[in-house]
Design a binder for this molecule. Sequence first.
Ligand SMILES: NC(=O)c1ccc[n+]([C@@H]2O[C@H](COP(=O)([O-])OP(=O)(O)OC[C@H]3O[C@@H](n4cnc5c(N)ncnc54)[C@H](O)[C@@H]3O)[C@@H](O)[C@H]2O)c1
Length: 368
Amino acid sequence: MHTAEKQKISVKEAIDYQVVTADEPWEELAEIIRSINTQQAVFFVDENVFRLQDAFIARLESLVKRPILARVPAGEQSKSVQNWASLVDFCLEQGIDRQTPLVAVGGGVTGDLAGFVAASVLRGLPLIHIPTTILAIVDSSIGGKTGVNHSVGKNLVGAFYQPRAVVSFLKVLDTLPDSEFISGFAEVLKYGAIEDTGILALLNGRSILSLRKDPQLLKEIVQRCIKVKARVVSEDTKEAGLRMILNYGHTFGHALEKVAGYGCISHGQAVFAGMVAAGVMAQKLGARIDNSLIDQHAAAFVTRGFFDHFSIEDLNKAMQSDKKVSRATVRFILLHEYGRPYLHPVNDAEFITSVWEESFQKMNQLCS
Ligand SMILES: NC(=O)c1ccc[n+]([C@@H]2O[C@H](COP(=O)([O-])OP(=O)(O)OC[C@H]3O[C@@H](n4cnc5c(N)ncnc54)[C@H](O)[C@@H]3O)[C@@H](O)[C@H]2O)c1
């Protein structure tokens, strides 16, 4: 008789890593590279960062004896399976070993792509993120989600792969265009809404762009955001539950991105509008939150009339097909009050329609 032998294998994942944020944390970065004990490193650098930050890139390269550099063209289309494959080829052709760190220098596009290359080459290279956009600093570089897009949809091919370290040089934000700076602040406001209300207080009555001239305050805000993201992802490394709160504003936002066509509306504009809509929905359900702490920033993100051409019918359809939706029920993250998020399923399309209508009217008023 056949008796199957069963053995249990316990897998412990050591995933502690450092997130360093300062104007120019060169010493900390050099120390991290020294700890990997390598003579060489592969740098994947966003092409705009390469073009605009030559002194920064030269200094990065000088940290190892043999720097190996590849430029990543700017834009979402770089996050493709084809690009991933050619960067894997590039790494292998350079004769690297498992000790060779892969350093991702750029925004979320470079980070997601480089992260997936690092996860795959030789079954895993030490990955160091050097995020250069607000979004990448406070969000995409932390938490280990890596990957590329597929013709079936965004971010559908990838892996959870934690970096060895994340080192943010806030000075490099000097060349980031204003539109990208503002777009990343949708996520900043989100962290304020879902957990650290102090972030909203620090931004109350201040324009987002004014932070470009206040590096101290910018650093404080960014560090507080990282704390929220770090807490959430370390409690839920593989997106089993709690991470869902990071989707505040994103259920509405993804629908807007889908209907507009990716690239026609920035992620920040979509998420910001999504948070305004989530505020409207929560109030309709009886929550007493001071939406003005978010709403006051509307004019930074959109202009009057921006949403007039969106079809609410199309938006509702797009929500139904979102991967986070089951059957006709759409799941929203809402707030009882700032800092107290909860999951709220809705299967009443008329109610959702009324929320869209009210939010669009509201945004027009806020921008007039
Ligand atoms: N992995 C995650 O957890 C996660 C989370 C959120 C978003 N993302 C992904 O992040 C991506 C968006 O990232 P993003 O908003 O950083 O966009 P991005 O990487 O496309 O960068 C935005 C633009 O800024 C330019 N740029 C970057 N840094 C610069 C600098 N310092 N100076 C001048 N120009 C600079 C880039 O060339 C690009 O044109 C999306 O693909 C999204 O799916 C991933």
